[in-house]
Design a protein around this ligand. Structure first.
Ligand code: C2O
Ligand code: CU
Length: 441
């Protein structure tokens, strides 16, 4: 149960070198689901990363020499147990499973579902992997700096029968020290796939502003967004996919005879090239073209695909969120606070729901900044954007990228009790007030 203060201290922190991991036989998920145990330990620590410019920058990471933490790849039905150890991150650290709707106590929000894990301490997360898809994890303590410095990684839940594609790559796109890092490293990375084989690219935008990504050399289908499959959807060519902060998209394509290049609008230097064996992977001049802005039009995901829309029944609760920025003195200098309904964290009234509610949420952006609003513990179904109803396959998102002037209507099914954070995933906006809760009665 959650204390009235909203501060729920989940479990006790065990000092490093203390109690061993919980034995498998003692492990119980909330619903006592049977399943294989997938246990991992992640150590948060400071380290130096050498960029391709040979500049060395201080990064914070979860192990390895590169930037992103280890890719956690589990199979549907497994029990996931991740033991987080903080070696030397002074501000403390947690693990939030972005987009994976875990039970509330496993959500990793410092100050709401647990205390931050201090240097020398440990915290163990447990949940069952029952939703196949593409997710990521990141610290949720002083997150604006922590994520930027590298405290993140990918979480992939493979479907029980295995992934259909022969090549399946997880590609977190990040920026560190002015360089774009896709996966563990910057620069050109190459992979091989036989002609005719299908390939899945799981892309996440770990940045605080939107990015656009595309493929050159093959038509692709957007197979999933924010960890949820999209029904239908023709293969498209010469289109980019916009990913708001924190958002994911799975791109699937059939390997042609020539090389295919995955690129972002962040940098021309960091690309992923996939080619059949024996075909040159350095696609030459092309790969080094300046592409600060990808010159292909954006795909409208609200009209993409053609699946049947779910019957969500009448709304039993409603919430309206008006986003804006307010002039404020910040540390003595004129600056901005980022507000919801005229208030900033912790003074924003929560969205109050009862279990079983179908909640209509309207978000209006009256400000001048983009606000990728992220809902913890739930996905929301997009009903409309600026008065235009969504017409494509049902689009379930956990992060809604609300641009200046836009109004979005969303539906949320209250099926995961607890106190959940909702906030702007431009984490500097969250730190400057745009952070609130969705609370079950
Ligand atoms: Cu990805 Cu509350 O965060
Ligand atoms: Cu924002």
């Amino acid at each position: 149960t959650i204390a009235a203060s909203g501060l729920h201290l989940h479990g006790a922190s065990v000092p490093t070198g203390g109690a061993p991991a919980v034995p498998v036989t003692a492990l119980r998920t909330p619903d006592d689901a049977p399943g294989e145990l997938h246990a991992v330990e992640l150590t948060a620590a400071r380290h130096l990363v050498t960029l391709s410019s040979s500049e060395r920058v201080e990064a914070w990471g979860f192990g390895g020499d590169g930037v992103a933490g280890p890719e956690l790849r589990v199979t549907e039905g497994e029990l996931v147990e991740v033991s987080l150890v903080n070696r030397d991150i002074d501000d403390g650290v947690t693990l939030h499973w972005h987009g994976y709707d875990v039970p509330n106590g496993e959500d990793g929000v410092a100050g709401v579902t647990q205390d931050a894990v201090a240097p020398g301490e440990r915290f163990t997360y447990r949940f069952s992997a029952d939703e196949p898809g593409t997710y990521w994890y990141h610290t949720h303590q002083a997150a604006s700096e922590g994520v930027r410095r590298g405290l993140y990684g990918m979480l992939v839940v493979e479907p029980e029968g295995g992934v259909a594609e022969s090549l399946d790559l997880a590609l977190p796109v990040h920026r560190l020290g002015g360089e774009t890092v896709i996966g563990a490293t910057d620069g050109l990375q190459s992979f091989t796939a036989e002609e005719g084989e299908s390939v899945r690219l799981r892309v996440v935008n770990t940045e605080q502003t939107p990015i656009r990504v595309t493929l050159a050399g093959a038509p692709f289908r957007v197979a999933a967004v924010d960890g949820r499959d999209l029904a239908g959807g023709e293969a498209v060519e010469h289109r980019s996919v916009r990913l708001g902060a924190g958002a994911r998209a799975d791109l699937v394509f059939t390997m042609p005879a020539e090389a295919v290049r995955f690129e972002t609008d962040l940098s021309a230097a960091s690309v992923v090239v996939i080619a059949p064996p024996g075909v040159e992977t350095d696609t030459g001049e092309d790969a080094r073209l300046p592409r600060e802005v990808i010159e292909v039009p954006e795909l409208d995901l609200l009209a993409y695909g053609d699946g049947a829309r779910p019957e969500l029944g009448p709304f039993t609760a409603e919430a309206e969120l008006v986003l804006d920025r307010l002039p404020r003195f910040v540390g003595g200098a004129p600056g901005y606070a980022y507000a919801v309904n005229g208030a900033v964290f912790p003074h924003i009234a929560p969205i109050e729901v009862r279990e079983g509610d179908v909640v209509k949420i309207t978000i209006a952006n009256r400000g001048f900044d983009m606000h990728p609003m992220h809902v913890h513990g739930h996905h929301v179904l997009v009903l409309s954007r600026d008065g235009v109803a969504a017409t494509g396959a049902p689009l379930w998102l956990d992060t809604v990228d609300v641009r200046p002037g836009e109004v979005w209507e969303l539906a949320l099914v209250a099926d995961n009790p607890g106190i959940w954070m909702d906030h702007c995933h431009d984490l500097s906006h969250a730190a400057a007030g745009m952070m609130m809760t969705l609370a079950y009665e």
